[in-house]
Design a protein around this ligand. Sequence first.
Ligand SMILES: CNc1nc2c(CCNCc3ccccc3)c3nc(N)[nH]c(=O)c3cc2[nH]1
Ligand SMILES: [Zn+2]
Length: 373
Amino acid sequence: MGRTFDFTLTATDGRARTGVIDTPRGAIRTPAFMPVGTAATVKAMLPESVAATGADILLGNTYHLMLRPTAERIARLGGLHGFMNWDRPILTDSGGFQVMSLAELRKLTEEGVTFRSHIDGSRHMLTPERSMEIQRLLGSDIVMCFDECPALPADRDRIADSMELSMRWAARSKAAFGDRPGHALFGIQQGGLEEDLRKASAEALVDIGFDGYAVGGLAVGEGQEAMFACLDYAPEQLPQDKPRYLMGVGKPDDIVGAVKRGIDMMDCVLPSRSGRTGQAWTRRGQVNIKNARHADDPRPLDEACACPACRSYSRAYLHHVFRAGEMISGMLLTWHNLHYYQDLMGRMRDAISSGEFNAFEREFHAEREAGDI
Ligand SMILES: CNc1nc2c(CCNCc3ccccc3)c3nc(N)[nH]c(=O)c3cc2[nH]1
Ligand SMILES: [Zn+2]
């Protein structure tokens, strides 16, 4: 294992970029999509299957793992990589976002957030310092600052106060993180949809100094148009020589639009969560496999797809096992969706490398208009 964490840009096309993040546990090709492994598992997938889809890195979560089985237990067992049998890079979120969206009886102060577990009601506290300790115990390669992500819509004063709190927490996160060669700490930009507040947040983070920078506070109900309007300026407020990570995004067309606007990394529960409900993402749009029209269809989900579901099973079979509630249904559709997302990222990396991103984007949208899927 080397001891470095380095980002190298290999090509740009307009504002879109492609490159590689070298870490001691392996390289991350960007733009990258990171599957979410909430409770130390990418639901319905074996780790080797996640790797087979082309994922170079996956996400873990401070909030879920601190509650169960606790970070201390995972550390005693050798850390998250050994625990969940994934030896490539892991990025962990800092827990703040999940506390605000999952926990009960939350109390937010300058110090941090106290809350009750959504699992058993036990009382817990997360602070920048505790979040850094948990992520160190987990052994994650990319650590996220402890931040506050305000729900939108919110008035400007609320957004400003929240952003300033997050910047104070970013400084405390950096101080608590210390100097850990081979491990990275990412700052998280806040500021809602306010360009000047986003700028102030970016400047505060650069002053503190991070190995990468996330665009936080989006994909919280503002809608694609408002998100893209913010991405028309926010990524370029962040250092161009460091990875830019857009948190919690998104649907395939969100991802294409974000890469077009200079984003290098994304994560979303959508491909795995929707796979478990029978929603398949294909080049030609979404297919709900539970729909009766698939009951006798001998064709694969997507003729152009090389995943195990599309190579070896018919729509009729997938329709049947979903209707019957069989476990293989979620396994096959999750695998397909994660494969489709990684295939999309690979096609974008290639398009940017050959200076053909605009042609790629046109083709991407044209295929989806084709209809009849
Ligand atoms: C969906 N929209 C959205 N997600 C956001 C997240 C969470 C990103 N996903 C992490 C995750 C990890 C494991 C399991 C599940 C999720 C954010 N995280 C932080 N720290 N800050 C944000 O501003 C922020 C904004 C977001 N918007
Ligand atoms: Zn497939």
